[in-house]
Write a protein that binds this ligand. Structure first.
Ligand code: KDG
Ligand code: MG
Length: 402
């Protein structure tokens, strides 16, 4: 089964998405997501100018060989741009293989391990009262797990708090928006939020929180410890993880479960975190981590060390990634949870898909492949629009992590 065409489709139905469509001489095609928020065109060019010329004429069934060809063959390994491009091709090839077998993708991975994929939604508000009300709304919608973020008194804006309660899109500027950050103000506000949430709703639902890489290990230890009475499902990205051994300090001070990894691009970013049992959930997902072929390796390594998956699933990961991730989640033995931020109706129209929300779970259908397509005519109606993620400065003007 020869690859005869591969094209990159860039579209902006409310936000930018980069998609690859690979076609074979047997008339089958596969779709892969290549979206890297705020750096979309770098991946589009990497695919268009460097990978696609080497892809045409290859046997689409040789997924592992093609993965190795692009990973080893670049000489320059890893990194978000390269690994996102490889992931897009990998997912499109798995889609083709499953369509050729006339099976939903989860069957090729090893079959169903569960009936539905537990997801967490995003509740947020400008203050604690608003966030508490939002969590109530998510409970009413049937969610079993809810991430709660709240505005920080004294800061004009906070990560995870949006005006639109249904759709959150942080990439909001033609040039990067500059926000202000104060760790001490933040640390004072978070325990109060979770205390109020548990007082209001009890302990029947899973609660999660994302710190978005803004603390040092000892600050994260303080936060984790102060949140212990509220029994979080996880505390996410408390510390940037370039220094994997830095998590030892954080870990040894708290029993709050730790999640990290949405910005990782390979197993080498988390090898020590996993093998030293410094984390409980690995968040690296298919689109930024080299596709299904590489995520399988990460998941298997994690399983050995009692670490479970918790795939990133923000709106900048297209429905194509969500579809592929849900097939993976339906199979993977050490599944933990899946993040689910709803896409807008415009995005859903461009990417028709065979998954749906049902009482706290996402469920996939039996469509052969990963079950997500792209409507090219509709995609063409939404040209690319440059959009950056914000940046953060401390109150004295020092550049910080967003
Ligand atoms: O593009 C950046 C977003 O994906 C990120 O800010 C979302 O942290 C995030 C999350 O947990 O969904
Ligand atoms: Mg996050």
């Amino acid at each position: 089964m020869k690859i005869i065409d591969a094209k990159v489709i860039v579209t902006c139905p409310g936000r930018n998405f980069v998609t690859i469509k690979i076609t074979t001489d047997q008339g089958l095609y596969g779709i892969g997501d290549a979206t890297l928020n705020g750096r979309e065109l770098a991946v589009a060019s990497y695919l268009q100018d460097h990978l696609i010329p080497c892809l045409i004429g290859r046997d689409a069934s040789r997924i592992e060989d093609i993965w190795q060809f692009f990973y080893r063959g670049a000489y320059w390994r890893r990194g978000p741009v390269g690994m996102t491009a490889i992931a897009a091709i990998d997912v499109a090839l798995w889609d083709i293989k499953a369509k050729a077998a006339n099976m939903p993708l989860y069957q090729l991975l090893g079959g169903r391990s569960r009936d539905g994929v537990m997801v967490y939604g995003h509740a947020n508000g400008r203050d604690i009262a608003e966030t508490v009300a939002e969590v109530g709304r998510y409970i009413d919608m049937g969610y079993k797990a809810i991430r709660a973020q709240t505005g920080v008194p004294g800061l004009a804006s906070t990560y995870g708090v949006s005006g639109d309660k249904m759709y959150y899109e942080p990439a909001d500027g033609n040039l990067p928006t500059e926000n202000l950050w104060s760790t001490s103000k933040y640390l004072n506000s978070v325990p109060k939020l979770f205390e109020t949430l548990r007082d209001t709703y009890g302990f029947d639902h899973h609660l999660l929180h994302d710190t978005h890489h803004r603390l040092t290990p000892i600050e994260a230890a303080q936060l984790g410890k102060s949140l212990e009475p509220y029994k979080l499902f996880w505390l996410e990205d408390a510390v940037p993880a370039e220094l994997q051994e830095g998590f030892r300090l954080f870990r040894q001070h708290t029993t709050t479960p730790i999640a990290v990894g949405e910005v990782f691009s390979s197993i080498h970013d988390c090898q020590q975190l996993i093998s030293e049992q410094l984390i409980d959930y690995i968040r690296t997902t298919i689109v930024h981590g080299g596709g299904i072929t590489h995520l399988r390796r990460i998941a298997h390594l994690a399983e050995l060390y009692h670490v479970r998956t918790g795939f990133h699933g923000a709106t900048d990961l297209s429905p194509v990634t969500m579809g592929a991730a849900l097939h993976f989640d339906t199979w993977v033995p050490n599944f933990g949870i899946q993040e689910y931020m709803r896409h807008t109706p415009e995005t859903d129209e461009v990417f028709p898909h065979d998954y749906h929300f049902d009482n706290g779970y996402l469920k996939i259908g039996e469509t052969p492949g990963h079950g997500v397509d792209i409507d090219e005519a509709k995609a063409a109606k939404y040209p690319y629009q440059r959009a950056y993620l914000p940046v953060n400065r401390l109150e004295d003007g020092t550049m910080f992590n967003w």
